[in-house]
Structure formats: C-alpha cells, structure tokens
Write a protein of this length. Structure first.
Length: 608
C-alpha cells in the first residue's frame, strides 16, 4: 500500500465580495472533486441560508481537494471583521495563505484585519489579483497597495517577496501574465504546492490537537474540528481535553475521526500530524482547548481573541402579542440557545440578568449580533431586543475608554461633503482623503464605535445607495463625550386594535408611518416617526362615527403612502434607549420598553 499523500494546508483570505467562494468552486471543479455533470449550487461553500441571502461567508469551513497526487486542505475564512473570532483560530491550522484582492477595489480594511493576523503568525502569502477582466481594473496600483499594506503590517522580507497570479475566479483561469484572459487554474494549484510548506510533522511525538471549530451532530453529539499538531490518533484511542492552564477538563475516547473530502466529512481509522480532521467522543471540550493523548499535560498555546465591543439585551417577549407567532418563547429556551451559540462562537459572551428574564449578549459588532437574531427568529424564537450599547473600558489612570474603529468609505465625489459632515457629528476624525478614480473619493476616518451605531442606513440614503463603507475594530481610546442621537420623536399607539385608513390618513401629516391598514397594534407600540423631536401618542384605530344622516358629499377614499418597512438591522439601529424591537418569526415591530404611558412618564421623571 502506498503511503499517505503529500499535504498542503492553506486558508483563502479576501474582503467581502472579492470572489473567494466562487474561486473555491472553480478549484473544486478543475481538481475533479465535482464531476462535470454533477449539479452543485453556485458558491457551494456558502451553505448557511443567511450566507446565501447576504452573499457573505459567516462560518469558516474546511474542505479538501486532490491535485496531481497532493492533498490540499483549503479553509474558507469569513471576510467580515465581525466574524474575526473565527479567523484568528482558523489561521493556526494552516501553513500558507492565498490573499485574494479585487483588481479594481484593491486592499480593503477587512483584508488588512485577516492579513495582519496571518503575517503575525509568520505565514507566507500568495497574492491573487482576481476579476482581472473588469473594465475598471487597475492591477498595478492594486499590487502597490498590497505591498504598502504588507509593509504597514510589518511583514518580513520573505513575506514581502510574495508570488503574484492574475485570475478570474468566475471564468476559471489564473496566470503569471496580467494580460492573459484564458486558461485554467493550474498555475494556482502549482503555486500552492511549490510555495506553501508541508506541515511541520512530529509524527513520533504523542498525539495533540487544538480545537478551532465546534459544531453539533444529531448522531455524534459534539464534533471538534482542528489540525493534528503532533502524533497519530486512532479510533477508540484514550484522549483527554486540557484548558489553557493545562487543567484536565474531561477524559474520553476518540469515538469517530473524520477527514474532509470535497465538501463532505468522511470517516477514517486514523489521522496524523498535519491532517485537518473532525473528532467526536468528548462532551465538554470546546474551542481553544487542547485534545491530547492522556500522557500529555502541556496545552498548545491558543491564539488570543480580540474582545467584544458591543452588547445588546435579549429579553423574553412581553408584548401583548407574545406567544402568537413563535414556538420558542421562554427564558429557558432562549438561555439554552444563547449558551449553545457562545460555546461554538468564541467572540460572543453571555450574561444573565438578575431577573432571569433577559440576557446581555456581547459580540464584535452589529452584523454579528444581527445574524444571530435573524437565525434565532427563523428557528421560531420570539425576542425583545434593546438598542446596541458599546462596552466601555478604563485605562491605567482610571479614565473611561471606548472602542474605536477604522472606517473606509468609497463615495461619489458629490456626496463626500455630506459624509465628512455626518462623520464629524458622530465624533469621527478624517485621517485621509484621496480620489480613487472613476469620479469616486476614498475617505478614511477613526471614529468611536458608539457614533457608528445605526449610521450605515443613513450613509446609504445620503449616497443614494452608491457608497461603500467598511469598518474595522482599531483600539480602545479616550471617551469622546456625548454623541447626538436620533433627532425625531416617534408616534406611539395609545390603545390596542387594528390600524384603519380613516385614522392613518391624518397621521401621515404628522410624520412617516411604519404600519399599514389592518395591522394589529397594541398600546405602547411605535407606529411611525414624528416630524418633531418629541414623542406623540396617537390613535391609529379611530373609526368614523356612524350617524343616521347621509353625508352630503361623497366620502373621498383615503389614499395612503405605503408604510416604511424596516429590516431587522434598520430597526435595531433606529430605536432609542427607552425602546425595543419585538422580533418574531413573522414580524419585526418597534415598541417602547415600558408600554404603559403613566409608567413611562414616571420612569422618564426619575431619569431626569
């Protein structure tokens, strides 16, 4: 029997929308992992529903292909900084990275985030300039930007001497020649085999394995994924789990070992140093724990993880409509689901409130927490969600600090003035502004995370949907003082019932409506935005008085403007401190946290 195949472990790093998942699809096809006639969904790696809808990669997934007698394990990493908790752990599994950059957009902030982590680990990059067939390509400038980025990230000489390929993932070709527009991905396969070192194998040492991903299987229970750092593991071998301090968490057996083949996990009898595998058999071990032979007492050093910067309150839905639209409504169900999330997602921290009816969920950003809420909603949960709050810190002198982000925006020149003004109002400081070609301007800011909450929707309106904004956690810095919030008050329903056109017609003059005719309402529910700064209680259910007198003129049918319907992210960004979003599988409603108007007045008097 021939020995195991030579091995290469790589991660693919790219900014959101730069074509990473499409490129991996083509690698599958050209290596023969997919048959030509096999029906495979476009972007096979984005298998999660939300990933398909949003066109982003949220979960890192290992996969494997064979090319010319070499086994290549590829890990697709999330490009969004909000999912950075995934990225940091993934990179500890690989020996090289392919950095994919768009031939027009160039190196973006999230590329910087993941690349910085990769270079710090000493990984050597292969740069692939993707989408070279774009009419607005600026290949040479983009390469200069990548070089400058590497220098700013303190890359060493070996990392700066990176090989470059020019590719079109969608059309399935790569080449050393920037002018070529045909061919196959063979040059990329070859470059991976030549440039990425094989894993540094310690086959004779005892078995050790660092857990980088965790998921659940209905039959196998907890499934731990990572790379075998040393030794060999066989099915039914006795193993134990160590925490970061070397304390034994649990002891058990490797009941099942699975290797990756294409997109599938296949059972194997044993795995050796360098292999990326999934392992079942333990019930407590989690991400960043070391799984090892029972003779091992020193854990593998795990990559430190950036802290959460934002928190939201997830509460039991206590609105008058609670329990009508969802199946999972109790605090116990919510707690179990959040604990399960925190187990596999190390960037999330959960704390239970004293009244046991709500949970403080801290994470990396609005997108990460928004994805969690949307996932829970689809699973049948009902929740009350508070406005996001940033997590403050203190410096060595006891002064208050807050998280800052680097913000990079690309906008048409005509909108740049508005964006600079809005960012200044949110305490953002401009650090750079330059033309980026095609009538666009690229502006960089450093801004407190607090000021950016809810700005994305406004930014899209201000730039008529043409602007691109990218954000990245930078550091904790001095507290910036009060930041102005929402300028307008809201229209609040003063009773329960159904909205009707007779009542909504006059309310349109007061502001923008969020509800339409026939919608069920309750007291304290927000039905629109007031045109003035104060909140206003209104009656959207008021019906026409019936009399015996026939009206002299024919009643004009009320023509209403369609209501403004908010997405989950827009709703969370819109609400104020004293408001909540009621999230159910069927609806997203805005409401006051205290529904009773008298109690609300008492609470606001106490606050003042």
């Amino acid at each position: 029997m021939s020995g195991p195949l030579p091995l290469r472990n790589i991660a693919i790093i790219a900014h959101v929308d730069h074509g990473k998942t499409t490129l991996v699809d083509q690698l599958f096809r050209q290596s023969g992992t997919f048959r030509d006639n096999q029906r495979v969904e476009e972007r096979a790696m984005d298998s999660n529903d939300l990933e398909k809808e949003r066109g982003i990669t949220i979960l890192a997934k290992p996969t494997s292909i064979e090319w010319n007698g070499t086994r290549i394990n590829i890990v697709d990493t999330p490009g969004h900084a909000d999912f950075g908790g995934e990225v940091e752990r993934i990179l500890s599994m690989v020996d090289g990275v392919v950095l994919l950059v768009d031939s027009s957009e160039g190196a973006m902030p999230q590329t910087k985030f993941v690349t910085g982590k990769a270079l710090a680990l000493g990984l050597k990059p292969i740069v692939v300039v993707n989408k070279v067939d774009r009419p607005d390509e600026r290949i040479q400038e983009v390469l200069d930007e990548v070089f400058d980025l590497f220098v700013s990230l303190e890359a060493d000489d070996e990392q700066l001497d990176f090989p470059v390929l020019y590719a079109s993932g969608r059309n399935g070709y790569a080449s050393d020649d920037p002018t070529r527009r045909e061919g196959t991905l063979e040059p990329l396969f070859q470059k991976i085999v030549d440039h990425v070192p094989p894993p540094a194998l310690e086959v004779d040492a005892p078995f050790t394995f660092l857990v980088t991903l965790l998921d659940r299987d209905n039959f196998l229970g907890r499934v731990l994924t990572g790379r075998v750092t040393s030794g060999v593991v066989k099915v039914n071998q006795a193993i134990h789990a160590l925490d970061a301090d070397g304390k034994v968490i649990e002891t058990g057996r490797a009941s099942k070992i699975m290797s990756f083949q294409g997109l599938d996990r296949v059972p194997v009898d044993e795995a050796k140093a360098g292999d990326i595998i999934s392992l079942a058999g333990l019930s407590v071990a989690t991400v960043a724990n070391t799984i090892a032979d029972t003779s091992v007492s020193v854990p593998i050093k795990a990559q430190p993880i950036d802290p959460p910067t934002l928190s939201m309150r997830f509460a039991v839905n206590d609105s008058p409509m609670a329990g009508r639209e969802g199946t999972k409504v109790t605090s116990r169900m919510i707690r179990d689901r959040l604990e399960r999330e925190a187990e596999s997602n190390v960037a999330i921290k959960i704390t239970e409130s004293a009244d046991k009816d709500s949970f403080e969920v801290a994470g990396r950003g609005e997108l990460q927490l928004g994805v969690l809420i949307e996932t829970m909603r689809r699973e049948g949960f009902e929740l009350g969600i508070s406005r996001p709050r940033v997590l403050f810190g203190t410096d060595e002198n006891g002064n208050r600090t807050e998280p800052y982000e680097t913000v990079l925006v690309d906008v048409d020149e005509e909108f740049s003035g508005t964006v600079v003004e809005k960012m200044a109002n949110r305490k953002g400081e401009m650090t750079d502004m330059r033309p980026s070609g095609g009538g666009k301007t690229r502006i960089s800011f450093i801004a407190p995370s607090r000021g950016l909450i809810g700005y994305h929707g406004e930014f899209l309106s201000d730039t008529r949907g043409t602007g691109i904004m990218n954000r990245l956690f930078d550091k904790y810095g001095p507290y910036k003082g009060k930041i102005e919030g929402r300028k307008n008050g809201v229209l609040i329903s003063n009773g329960a019932g159904e909205a009707n056109s007779y009542a909504l017609g006059p309310l349109e003059e007061r502001g923008i409506l969020f509800v339409g005719v026939g919608e069920a309402l309750y007291e304290g529910m927000i039905v629109g935005e007031n045109a003035k700064p104060e909140d206003l209680e209104v009656n959207p259910m008021k019906s026409k008085q019936l009399t015996n007198f026939r009206a002299s003129g024919k009643d004009d049918a009320v023509r209403l403007t369609p209501p403004k319907v908010m997405t989950l992210e827009q709703a969370i960004a819109y609400i104020d401190e004293d408001e909540m979003v009621e999230v159910t599988p069927k609806n997203i409603r805005l409401r006051k946290a205290i529904l009773d108007p008298n109690e609300r007045k008492k609470a606001s008097r106490k606050k003042d």
